[in-house]
Design a binder for this molecule. Structure first.
Ligand code: GDP
Ligand code: MG
Length: 371
């Protein structure tokens, strides 16, 4: 992923590099003045100084010369489901919570309850859909964001009631803050004898997360992922928070979205899980995804069911790409196969040219070192 040298970041922010190094240490990152830190860390630091970070040479730059931005008419926009990421410290119960959430759907008896892993799951509560990204933790959130893709609408911060706020809890708070994504706190493991939810709330307030009970506006839900307690309440709160965000998209336009996972399947070839963010993706569409292209041959929803169309805020597995795209790559529907191939090939050339430049730079430095 993209990186910046500490010294350079300090110059850009106009702060003392030593202050910056101290801040990094507080975040658990040890870096010397001439060392590189990754984009996500730089972003968290910059936010603390009141700056925002953008990546140079992002995918958007590559797209600029190819696509005209489609501006939707407000009257074409309709409500879309929230896309949710679960974050929190290791062992606080992220995976268990996602399992418990999927379980509600299985017991609700939809589609026989066979959940196929596609990298995202969808659940319904009182008729409203919620999409969960299945990779918990920061990896999904930060790799996607570092690549310029923001797909999360709400972050669930899982904090174990018997353990309290821990380093990765703080990291998750900072990442959500930097991304401007609202948090919902799930105080987990309330079934445990030594659970102390009040201490969790107190500690959260010390890190700038003020829950409603404490006069803030952050929703906090006590849950037990293992016993399945509080899960419905949590889902209802997600719907409530998403309604305040007024999430909308236009289903009647060519689809655009983001790749969240991809792999080569022995039988099926390149398989990618994508989130459609706006528009409707249909079987037969020609798409470009990063440096790959292809015509959507088949689509499967999060329950493994073959579907023909996928509207905004839908996770689908697609077959038909020429190669595996990277998580975080955007996909977009092209006019036809030929256009898709041309654009993908242009991008492949750009990648090769960039690699060449990097290699040349390295060899020049090597040369100096030898002298
Ligand atoms: P992750 O690392 O955040 O994904 O955490 P896991 O979901 O893997 O959970 C870590 C451990 O905590 C596992 O042994 C779980 O069984 C346990 N655990 C998770 N949620 C609960 C809960 O609500 N109550 C209790 N008692 N244990 C839980
Ligand atoms: Mg886990």
């Amino acid at each position: 992923s993209e990186k910046i040298v500490v010294k350079e970041l300090a110059e850009k922010l106009n702060v003392n590099p030593n202050d910056l190094i101290m801040k990094l240490m507080n975040l658990g990152t040890m870096a010397a003045i001439n060392q590189e830190i990754d984009f996500e860390t730089a972003e968290v630091i910059a936010t603390e100084y009141g700056f925002s970070c953008i990546l140079e040479n992002t995918q958007e730059d590559m797209e600029d010369d190819i696509f005209e931005e489609i501006i939707d008419n407000p009257e074409d926009l309709v409500k879309r489901a929230p896309i949710v990421t679960v974050m929190g410290h290791v062992d606080h119960g992220k995976t268990s919570l996602l399992d418990a959430i999927r379980e509600t759907e299985v017991t609700a008896g939809e589609a026989g309850g066979i959940t196929q892993h596609i990298g995202a799951s969808e659940v319904k509560i009182n008729g409203e859909k919620i999409v969960f990204l299945d990779t918990p933790g920061h990896e999904a959130f930060t790799t996607l964001r570092a690549r310029g893709a923001q797909i999360t609408d709400i972050a669930i911060l899982v904090v174990a009631a018997d353990d309290g706020v821990m380093p990765q809890t703080i990291e998750a708070i900072n990442h959500a803050k930097a991304a401007g994504v609202p948090l919902i706190v799930a105080v987990n493991k309330i079934d445990k004898l030594n659970a102390n939810p009040d201490r969790v709330k107190q500690e959260l307030s010390e890190h700038g997360v003020l829950i409603e009970e404490w006069g803030g506006d952050v929703v906090c839900v006590p849950v037990s992922a293992v016993k399945g307690e509080g899960i419905d309440h949590l889902l209802e709160m997600i719907i409530l928070v998403s309604e305040m965000q007024e999430l909308k998209a236009n289903p009647n336009r060519p689809a655009m979205g983001t790749i969240i996972e991809s792999e080569v399947d022995k039988g099926k070839g390149p398989v990618a899980t994508v989130i459609v963010q706006t528009g409707t993706l249909s079987v037969g569409d020609s798409i470009i995804a990063g440096h790959t292209y292809g015509r959507v041959r088949a689509m499967f929803n999060s329950k493994g069911k073959r579907i023909k169309k996928a509207g905004p805020s839908t996770a689908v597995e697609i077959l038909g790409l020429s190669d595996v795209p990277e998580a975080g790559d955007k996909f977009i529907v092209a006019k036809d196969d030929k256009t898709a191939r041309q654009i993908a090939e242009k991008r492949q050339q750009e990648i090769r040219a960039k690699n060449l430049r990097v290699n040349q730079k390295v060899s020049l430095e090597d040369l100096f070192n030898q002298i």
